[in-house]
Design a binder for this molecule. Sequence first.
Ligand code: SF4
Length: 124
Amino acid sequence: MPQQPLAQVPDDATWFWQEQGACRSVDPTWFFHPQNERGLPRLRRDRQAKAVCASCSVRLECADYAIRAREPYGVWGGLTEEDRERIYRRLDSRHYPRDRGEGLRAAGADVDRAISPGALGITA
Ligand code: SF4
């Protein structure tokens, strides 16, 4: 699991799922963009990370955590920073999802869309 400073760790956060993350066996830099990375290099790195997440058995736990913690950096559960920003913008800050499972419910279809063939750059 990539290690970065956390924004707002939920009170009920658990970490057992991180032990099972598919990202533990790949280069952690795939999940975090270097400074000033833009365009195609960023798209390619994000897709590489998303492909790992797509095969990960704890992807939903990871995505739920990242949304609840309002993780500012990295790919979590197949969601890039931009994917999560879109979700954050839809949410009511007065009732921000903080309890386990609320992140996934708030994200709706975004979590599945984040690792769809189109998002991974796979064309039929
Ligand atoms: S969903 Fe992605 S970032 Fe999260 S634990 Fe799995 S591989 Fe790592």
